[in-house]
Every structure is written in structure tokens, then in C-alpha cells.
Design a protein around this ligand. Structure first.
Ligand SMILES: [Zn+2]
Length: 135
């Protein structure tokens, strides 16, 4: 009985080994022998990053003080820097210029954010800037 079990076990092991090696051979046969380079998309290309104003094609204007107030700190009224807003240099300078213009026209306060705009949706997260800040 033990001998019979041993032969069955041996045959099972042999059959699985044959099946595995046959599978490996079969897979190796499928690989194309042609070794020419394959045309493919560059996997290392980075997607072009755009700031939110460029993406939505918005030109900051001093009369649109509701938009401009989103770039102002609610505590001190300071204009957030580029490391917080994530704007490109051109749009950041335009926003700063327009905020100053709006403040001089009395559309916006200098030292605080207008209470009416405190619950507006945030364009960026001032709590997680690229660099640390004190406002
Ligand atoms: Zn931009």
C-alpha cells in the first residue's frame, strides 16, 4: 500500500514538473525574436503645471475685489505670497498690483479681510504652504 502511494505521489510530482516546464517553454517561445526598438510614449514626461488663474484664463481686476480678497489673509490683511497661492510670477504681481489699486479705491480694507467674503471657497490652502510663514 505504501509503495503504491509512493508511486502515485511520484507520478503527480513528475506530471506537475512536466506541466510547469512545458509552460515555461511555451512562454519563452511566445517572445518575439525581433529585437528592434518599440515605438512608445515617453513615460517620464511631466504634465505642464499651470496656476489657477492661467488655467481658468482669469485676468485679475481691481473691480473684482471678491476674487482678490481670496489672496488676502483674513487675520492681517496681508497679501499671500507665491509660496502659498501657487500662482505664476506674472499673475502674482498682477494680483498684488490690483489689490493695492482696489485698496486705494476703497474697495478692499488694508488690515483685514472683508467679513462678507470670509466664507468664500478657498482657492488654496494657506495652512500648508511650500515655505513657512507667520501670518
Ligand atoms: Zn499662471
Amino acid at each position: 500500500m505504501a509503495l503504491f502511494k509512493g508511486t502515485i505521489l511520484k507520478s503527480i510530482i513528475l506530471n506537475t514538473h512536466r506541466a510547469l516546464t512545458a509552460g515555461i517553454r511555451y512562454a519563452s517561445v511566445e517572445v518575439p525574436t525581433d529585437d528592434s526598438p518599440v515605438e512608445m510614449e515617453n513615460p517620464f514626461t511631466k504634465e505642464r503645471r499651470q496656476c489657477i488663474l492661467c488655467k481658468l484664463n482669469i485676468t485679475p481686476d481691481y473691480k473684482n475685489y471678491r476674487l482678490l480678497s481670496q489672496f488676502q489673509s483674513p487675520y492681517t490683511g496681508r497679501i499671500y505670497g507665491r509660496h502659498i497661492t501657487g500662482l505664476c510670477k506674472a499673475k502674482q504681481t498682477a494680483v498684488e498690483k490690483e489689490i493695492t489699486k482696489a485698496q486705494n479705491c476703497a474697495y478692499m480694507p488694508y488690515t483685514y479681510k472683508d467679513k462678507a467674503f470670509l466664507k468664500d471657497p478657498k482657492l488654496f490652502d494657506p495652512e500648508n504652504p511650500v515655505r513657512t510663514h507667520r501670518f
